[in-house]
Design a protein around this ligand. Structure first.
Ligand code: 5MM
Length: 345
């Protein structure tokens, strides 16, 4: 029992509140700049700040989103009126979270595979983020499917790091979001994705147990079990829902309060449809099943914004619509009809 046990349980419960999910807006500067460049937006600190202000000030976002994952630069930034983002989020009923990994780096001795770094000094960084108002954290591991990969070394190294990170978070009062992402890139079948996701989740929970991580005080953020992006045989929505739920039921202990998926490069509509199919068909799951999407919520806002103040309001409405669709999907109440409804723009 850590001194934070009750607080961690309460935070995890609030993050997984009925009908809510988590907004991921924790792109590192490299990723954020890449997305800005693709759309002709200047890659300055001020533009990144303005874009994050657009997101955290979406009116009524808190109806669909319990919290948002920030990046180190973002958690230190403020609105143009000088309100620090974490403070603004708290007063709007959203829990501030923080990405604490230092990114996926080449795994030595294992070509084409990555291991996520960032454990050095993490205890001190967690203490600082807690003081700044963060109440949960996120660490993403990346598993690539390809010829002869993933290796056992890649899966075990990433699982070990995720568990060490999670233990440090709980010691410091942050609920860890444990994110092992099996990438959608490649021509693999859904069956191969299933095998790799299963191996990964088994290794992750083995390491979480080994490091004494309290499973009732963490959130799992997995990828869905899908066909590789370039696989000629694409699984249906129902096949994805069935395979994903079977895999999770086999691997994720019932004491975990919630599963919040990443969208992982799926289209916005597919991300909603897959989540919805799981919740519509499986009503008695041991954990809450919801979203923690970045691209599948942010994309329409980013496309519309173009770095211009005049486009802020419409951009906010477009992303709010995605949050609303995904909130409905987290209750099995999303339908294609929702996509036809004008997003109040
Ligand atoms: C997989 O990425 C996470 C979920 O986003 P999607 O729903 O778009 O798949 C996301 O939180 C990710 O960790 C951040 O975008 C940060 O990524 P980088 O690569 O900048 O650390």
């Amino acid at each position: 029992m850590s001194q934070y046990t009750q607080e961690l349980q309460a935070t995890a419960k609030a993050m997984m509140a009925d009908n809510k999910g988590v907004l991921a807006m924790d792109e590192s500067n490299g990723t954020c700049n890449k997305r800005f460049q693709q759309r002709g937006i200047p890659t300055t600190e001020e533009k990144r700040r303005a874009y994050r202000e657009l997101l955290v000030t979406i009116p009524n976002l808190n109806e669909y989103v319990s919290g948002a994952i920030l990046y180190d630069e973002t958690i230190r930034q403020s609105t143009k009126d000088g309100v620090p983002f974490p403070k603004l989020m708290q007063s709007n009923g959203m829990i501030p979270g923080i990405k604490v990994d230092a990114g996926a780096k080449e795994l030595a001795g294992h070509p084409n595979e990555k291991v996520t770094e960032g454990l050095d000094g993490l205890r001190d960084r967690i203490a600082e983020y807690y003081k700044m108002g963060a109440r949960f954290a996120k660490w993403r591991a990346v598993i690539t499917i390809g010829d002869g990969i993933p290796s056992r070394a890649c899966i075990e190294s990433n699982a070990h790091a995720l568990a060490r990170y999670a233990a440090l978070c709980q010691e410091g009062g942050l609920v860890p979001i444990v994110e092992p992402e099996v990438l959608i890139d490649g021509n693999h079948t859904i069956e191969r994705c299933y095998e790799v996701t299963e191996q990964t989740l088994i290794a992750v929970f083995d390491q979480l147990h080994l490091q004494n991580v309290a499973l009732d005080q963490m959130i799992l953020k997995p990828s869905m079990v899908v066909s590789g992006k370039d696989c000629p045989q694409q699984a249906s929505v129902e096949e994805v829902a069935d395979a994903t739920i079977k895999c999770l039921l086999d691997c994720v202990p019932a004491s975990v309060p919630g599963i919040a998926f990443l969208s992982g490069g799926q289209s916005m509509e597919r991300s909603s449809a897959h989540l919805n199919a799981m919740n519509a068909k499986y009503k008695q799951l041991p954990w809450r099943v919801t979203f923690s999407y970045a691209r599948a919520i942010q994309q329409p806002a980013l496309d519309n914004w173009k770095g211009e103040d005049a486009n802020v309001e419409k951009s906010q409405k477009l992303s709010l619509h995605r949050a609303k669709c995904n909130s409905a999907a987290s209750m099995g109440q999303y339908s294609e009809e929702m996509e036809k409804q004008p997003a109040m723009v």
